[in-house]
Design a protein around this ligand. Structure first.
Ligand code: SF4
Length: 612
């Protein structure tokens, strides 16, 4: 059959992927796909899902964890429309805040923005909302939607209509909707979103891009916290609007509980009882959550502030009242700041959408082991597919250094010196950029003390996103540099180092999470729900995936060539190795510096020679 595919011919493995997805849809079954970089999974999934949806009168949702991934979807749909002369209607929903043209509120962050918008609409005080109900103003907007959400937003601003309302109206007739995970995984917004756009899930195929993020994203929407710092800021907000609401007693209660549970026992974190905390924190105010929300909105209107801590406390109390045993309630103290946190342990309720849909297509480049995702996503009848990388295996050299271990008891000065010497030697023998990733900032700093050469770029724990982006930008422009970064951070995941800018990656240690109450609670909960698999699913596999993500930064196209050194003997041990080998082909080497030199000579030319 002829699939709706924008190019002349599918790439290697892409054809199989299209056919596999189409077959799963014919059986009304979900499919879980591991598709390494280079396969072209966005085009493959759109081709199969759209072809099937149009034949069977279904709709398609393409969901991503980040807005930046929407543009490639638009490109694919534009190409299909052009090649097949279709008039396919699609919309790109990037969230209300990003489509809000009302400058009185669109600078406000988080939930405070949604509440402010709601208040304006209720009071009939948003002219853009009113204008978006005049159908004739929306007539030409679809053409701008074809160019992506930025062009669309600019046009909405020019015409004077609310971008979100216009998009939601257009979505009613659209066969293909691009949106963020939050629209489906955030239980607070899902129902209203689907109702607003007039779609139901039974008639929809959902494509989940970067689907290895589903569980953590869904959990994140259900986490809340309140600290003595938050309380202090909220009290300032109340003072700024001369409010009579008094929350000072909350700080007193937190300090009292902290004294009893942490200080007297000399520990930094402990579980607390949700019921008791709720009763004591709300005992002085009737309808406390509503009072705080009202005060928050008054504060936002009067102050022009971007956020409100009062609203944060209100939401925390709401969740505290409703939370069940799928959450861990943890009291912790850092310096003088005392914090109550409600942590979601497994987002079972948020995954309902998966079962309501006609079928789901879950895809990612790190969707292994497939059995784990089948179980965690609760889609036992799903088909699973794993495709090989389309790039030549000779383009990558991957070796485990068994001489190193960063296990806690091995973290000695001599071990750090050894690691530093090895990194220095590898860099000396490579003409080109190298990144060394570490499991923590602590280990990074310790190794850096003994480096025999300067490290050109170093990620620091205090760096905010713009500073990390600047560091990355400078590194990409450089030609023969060494950069240090951490695993699981913004330099090691979700970032494209295009044009073979990295010639080698060194991964020091295994990025296992630091044991704390949150981690142990998650392990215990998953143990109960998934038959004793807590340690594997919550602790071990995510750590290896972090290393795999970092290792994957070097090879982004068929032309890229790079080596990867995994510096920790545990990568060769049982469970770690069994996960790792599904992602990476490991080479054996008696003297791996010789192997790197050979590899560099063959691929990167200007390598020198010395011994490690
Ligand atoms: S209705 Fe639209 S334009 Fe008005 S505040 Fe809400 S999002 Fe912004």
């Amino acid at each position: 059959m002829q699939f709706l595919f924008r190019f002349d011919n599918p790439r290697k493995h892409q054809k199989d992927m299209i056919q596999d997805i189409y077959n799963s849809l014919e059986q009304k079954r979900s499919i879980i796909i591991n598709a390494p970089t280079g396969i072209g999974k966005t085009d493959a999934s759109i081709s199969a899902a759209l072809s099937y949806a149009l034949e069977n009168n279904l709709n398609v949702f393409f969901l991503t964890p980040k807005i930046s991934q929407h543009s490639i979807v638009i490109e694919s749909l534009k190409g299909i429309n052009k090649k097949f002369n279709l008039n396919l209607k699609y919309v790109d929903i990037v969230g209300k805040r990003n489509l809000c043209v009302n400058e009185k509120v669109n600078y406000i962050e988080g939930e405070a923005f949604y509440k402010s918008c709601e208040q304006l609409v209720k009071a009939k005080k948003c002219p853009f909302y009113t204008a978006s109900k005049e159908k004739e103003k929306l007539v030409d907007l679809f053409d701008y939607m074809q160019e992506g959400h930025n062009a669309f937003f600019n046009k909405c601003f020019e015409v004077g209509v609310c971008g979100y309302e216009a998009t939601a109206d257009m979505a009613k007739d659209a066969r293909f909707i691009i949106a963020d995970y939050a629209h489906f995984l955030n239980p607070y917004t899902k129902k209203t979103f689907l109702k607003r756009i007039g779609h139901n899930l039974e008639n929809s195929i959902i494509i989940w891009d970067e689907a290895h993020n589903i569980i953590s994203s869904a959990s994140s929407y259900m986490n809340r916290s309140m600290s003595t710092y938050t309380l202090g800021m909220a009290e300032k907000e109340l003072a700024a609007i001369n409010s009579k609401v008094d929350i000072s007693y909350m700080r007193f209660i937190m300090e009292k509980i902290s004294d009893k549970m942490l200080k007297q026992k000399d520990i930094s974190e402990a579980f607390f009882s949700g019921d008791e905390a709720y009763k004591s924190l709300t005992s002085n105010i009737l309808n406390v959550s509503e009072e705080l929300e009202k005060a928050a909105l008054e504060y936002l209107t009067k102050s022009g502030s971007k956020r409100s801590y009062l609203l944060q406390i209100s939401r925390f109390l709401d969740l505290l009242k409703d939370s069940d045993n799928s959450t861990a309630k943890i009291l912790s103290k850092k310096g003088e700041d005392i914090k109550f946190s409600i942590i979601n342990l497994y987002p079972g309720a948020a995954l309902e959408s998966l079962h309501e849909a006609y079928a789901n297509i879950f895809m990612s480049g790190t969707m292994l082991p497939l059995y784990m995702y089948k179980e965690l996503l609760g889609v036992e009848t799903a088909i699973t597919s794993n495709y090989q990388s389309p790039f030549s295996s000779s383009n990558k050299l991957c070796i485990i250094d068994e001489d190193i271990s960063t296990k806690y008891e091995n973290r000695t000065i001599s071990q750090y010196q050894k690691i530093a010497a090895k990194i220095t030697n590898i860099k000396t023998n490579t003409h080109g950029n190298i990144i060394a990733f570490f499991p923590s900032f602590d280990i990074l700093k310790n190794v850096n003390k003994y480096m025999g050469r300067d490290v050109d770029f170093i990620q620091k724990s205090e760096m905010k996103s713009p500073a990390v982006q600047e560091l990355l930008h400078s590194f990409k422009k450089s030609e023969n540099s060494l950069m240090f970064g951490v695993l699981g951070g913004s330099l090691s995941e979700g970032i494209d180092y295009a044009n073979n800018v990295i010639k080698g990656i060194i991964i020091v240690g295994i990025p296992l999470e630091k044991p704390n109450l949150e981690l142990t609670s998650k392990i215990e909960y998953i143990n109960k729900v998934f038959d004793g698999k807590g340690t594997e699913y919550v602790y071990l596999i995510p750590a290896i995936i972090r290393s795999v993500q970092a290792a994957g930064r070097a090879i982004r196209s068929e032309k890229d060539k790079a080596f990867v050194i995994l510096m920790d003997k545990r990568y060769n041990w049982g469970v770690y190795h069994s996960i790792l080998k599904d992602f990476i082909t490991i080479s054996k080497s008696e003297n791996y510096l010789e192997s790197i030199i050979e590899f560099n000579k063959k691929h990167l030319n200007k390598a020198n020679h010395s011994s490690i």
